[in-house]
Ligand binder design. Sequence first.
Ligand code: AHR
Length: 353
Amino acid sequence: MKSVKKWGVSLALVALMVVVSACGGNNKGSNSSSSPAESSKAPAAAAESASPSESAPAATDKKVVLGFAQVGAESGWRTANTNSIKESAGEAGFDLKFSDAQQKQENQIKAIRSYIQQKVDVIAFSPVVESGWDTVLKEAKDAGIPVILTDRSVDSKDTSYYKTFIGSDFVEEGRKAGQWVLDQYKDTQEVVNIVELQGTTGSAPANDRKAGFQEMIKSNDKLKVIASQTGDFTRAKGKEVMQAFLKAHKDIDVLYAHNDDMALGAIQAIEAAGLVPGKDIIIISVDAVKDGMTAASEGKINFIVECNPLLGPQLMQAVNDVLANKEIPQRIVTEESTFTSEQAKEALPTRKY
Ligand code: AHR
């Protein structure tokens, strides 16, 4: 009986030890068995108690998720812009979700809504047109997702819908184009007939480049815009509309194209009509992409106003600043220059896009 009692005491002691060690283990095990929502809070709590080296992986493992809704692939400028954004996002170590709206606002709105649903960290986009963004921008704001505008802006009255707008001053680009025409024809006694190929209807660059150009040439009443139509920023449309201009007007002196691609399309139409681009018709365009600069160096485009598409590095910097709650300016303007044919020839060998 005595030995039975001894065994009973020993067994009870072993059982007690098992329970104690299991309780200690339970403390650690409670996090790993928690719900995903709870465990997502764990890194912050762990950071308080753990040493820095233990907590570091949890903090650095999570990549910043950036949703980018691009306009489309309508021009050489756009291709360079897309490449810049993809490359810079890769260099910054971001997880980039990229969509191409094919120049349709409804596609961009769908993409932005899907980024909101996916709870990305930041949404950036280049709005196809200026108007009609308030509803979706409010949805992003209500979801607590910061928005950054790049390249083109929106006409929303409430500027709290976006953190910053990074891109060119399109009115200034139009002014530079207008100033050049004004200078070229300052002593003219005859009327100068100008045709204009506008960008996508309702887009910021189309509205602003038109306005800036008008502002400059209006001081000389000999400078007349006799036709103005959209070529949607594409080469094909630029050619088509220029063909129609040439048919309707026998005495075109100047073409002002809102981008290089439309100017390049128009050059094909001008040559097909037996005229010499850059001589019979003076050509001014905007962008300064490689194909445009090549045409300028050959004397087919007389003057190009630069519009810089390499916005990727500035965008990634802004994303980091916004996520770090740093103050950033509401407007970040890109620096740009202009090129005559001679200057284009010099700059071409080192041109990045
Ligand atoms: O928004 C920038 C403009 O869009 C570029 O000038 C044009 O080429 C592009 O399609």
